[in-house]
Write a protein of this length. Structure first.
Length: 143
């Protein structure tokens, strides 16, 4: 089950601190930053059977589509798709558990996305499932 972990912002005369203190990073093994070349590029569909991921928008905004994979060999193209929009002003982490696929697009130019994963990169070759962007047809919101 996906969850959103709320954070906040503290400001004073020195500036600001954005935080998500309730994000327990015990399981995190690595992280990476994604910055799309422009707002027309859609990354996805990519899923992980055992890896879970957490997403935090560093700057800008991203439109996410998330699907629970029903069959890893041949998923149903009409699986229900959940849409989430995450902005850097939200101060939140989106947790996508194992068993889900994602496709996302930057809404604003120069948007940056911080991604945390609970497996090392060596595992990626054994747990990386990819489908064309038009594979899942049950999108409630178009990109």
């Amino acid at each position: 089950m996906m969850e959103t972990i709320k954070g906040g912002i503290a400001e004073d005369h020195r500036g600001q601190i954005r935080f998500v203190n309730d994000f327990d990073m015990t399981l995190v093994k690595r992280f990476y930053v994604i910055k799309n070349t422009d707002t027309t590029l859609i990354r996805g569909w990519r899923a992980h059977r055992i890896e879970q991921r957490w997403f935090y928008v560093l700057s800008g905004c991203f439109n996410f589509h998330i699907v629970k994979i029903d069959n890893w060999e041949s998923p149903s193209p009409d699986c229900p798709i959940e849409n989430r929009i995450l902005s850097s002003t939200d101060q939140q982490v989106l947790h996508v558990p194992s068993g889900y696929g994602t496709a996302f697009q930057a809404v604003h130019p120069e948007s940056e996305l911080l991604v945390f994963a609970d497996y090392q990169i060596d595992n990626a070759q054994h747990d990386d499932y990819v489908w064309p962007i038009d594979y899942f047809i049950n999108q409630t919101v178009q990109f």
